[in-house]
Design a protein around this ligand. Structure first.
Ligand code: AMP
Ligand code: MN
Ligand code: MN
Ligand code: MN
Length: 281
């Protein structure tokens, strides 16, 4: 099964429209695709109208939250996109994101980067504003030479634009996903740059709060990292998920379909939902 259970569209910080994403996934041979935009189902709502025969489309979302003062991403898979609790939660996330965009802009303006809000807003093109849009603004104005530099200097963890006070606790977003009948997945566990002990504490909290799966694959990664994550799944009795975290073409390490070969001995996340296509529901 070529399943890609983590991807983004123009509804958040991806560069392809939902339809372009579906076409590209099909062309890459993806059989099951979850659109998991940051804090919104809008991309999924557009894609499900397309009635593509392949890939099978899974309703998903990547929720921003906080655990022990660290910003964490929880992917919800196979959620019911009509569920009231989830939709109310997403409404709150979007308000938080809008408030955060103002706060980030104020901080950047104080550093002398005037027009930050308008610049990021323009880069978001009507979708919701995220840190990558501030990075695009800084790059476009020549304040930095690359996207990576924008994160390293101004937007990454611990930098001036890293505003996470607006996000709800992890337990809350896990509950929204569970209420909607979806599967809460801890996204890219190795991206948080935690010590092994702290990561285990995070996974224990995630499990205790109702979490059901870990992303053992996130784009292209070394085999020993996959093994490490699969061992954690086994120890904590969690299911395994994986996806490219695709944002845009031209990044071969996170092309659609990359990171789709789960370990043979794992319990794949899709075993948690029935073998059904959720397009149209
Ligand atoms: P936000 O959801 O607005 O907090 O933005 C987070 C997004 O920024 C992630 O999903 C990535 O797409 C992007 N991102 C985070 N860290 C980096 C980084 N160091 N370099 C490039 N992009 C990053
Ligand atoms: Mn992103
Ligand atoms: Mn993420
Ligand atoms: Mn993502």
């Amino acid at each position: 099964m070529i399943a890609d259970l983590h991807s983004h569209t123009t509804a958040s910080d991806g560069s392809l429209t939902p339809l372009e994403l579906l076409e590209r996934a099909r062309d890459q041979g993806v059989e099951m695709l979850a659109i998991t935009d940051h804090d919104t189902l809008d991309g999924y709502f557009v894609a499900r109208q397309a009635e593509f025969p392949r890939p099978q489309l899974i309703a998903g979302v990547e929720l921003s939250c906080v655990w022990a003062k660290t910003a964490i991403h929880i992917v919800g898979l196979h959620v019911d996109p009509a569920n009231e609790t989830l939709l109310r939660g997403l409404e709150r996330q979007q308000q938080a994101r809008a408030r955060r965009a103002q706060l980030i802009a104020e901080k950047l303006e104080r550093r002398g980067f005037s027009g930050a809000y308008e610049g990021a807003s323009l880069a978001a093109g009507g979708g919701q504003i995220g840190r990558p849009h501030f990075a695009a603004f800084l790059l476009q104005q020549g304040y930095v030479k690359s996207n990576a530099e924008a994160f390293k200097k101004y937007l990454g963890a611990g930098k001036v634009g890293d505003v996470k006070s607006v996000w709800p606790p992890m337990a809350e977003v896990i509950q929204w996903i569970l209420d909607s009948g979806g599967v809460p997945v801890l996204a890219h566990p190795l991206h948080y740059k935690m010590t092994a002990t702290r990561l285990r504490t995070l996974i224990a909290a995630f499990k205790q709060q109702g979490g059901l799966a870990l992303e053992v694959l996130s784009g292209h990664q070394a085999a020993d990292r996959t093994r490490l994550l699969q061992d954690l799944c086994d120890q904590f009795e969690l299911h395994s998920s994986g996806g490219s975290d695709f944002h845009r073409p031209g990044q071969p390490w996170c092309e659609l379909g990359t990171g789709s070969t789960l370990p043979d001995d794992c319990r794949p996340v899709w075993a948690l939902w029935k073998k059904q296509t959720d397009r149209g529901c």
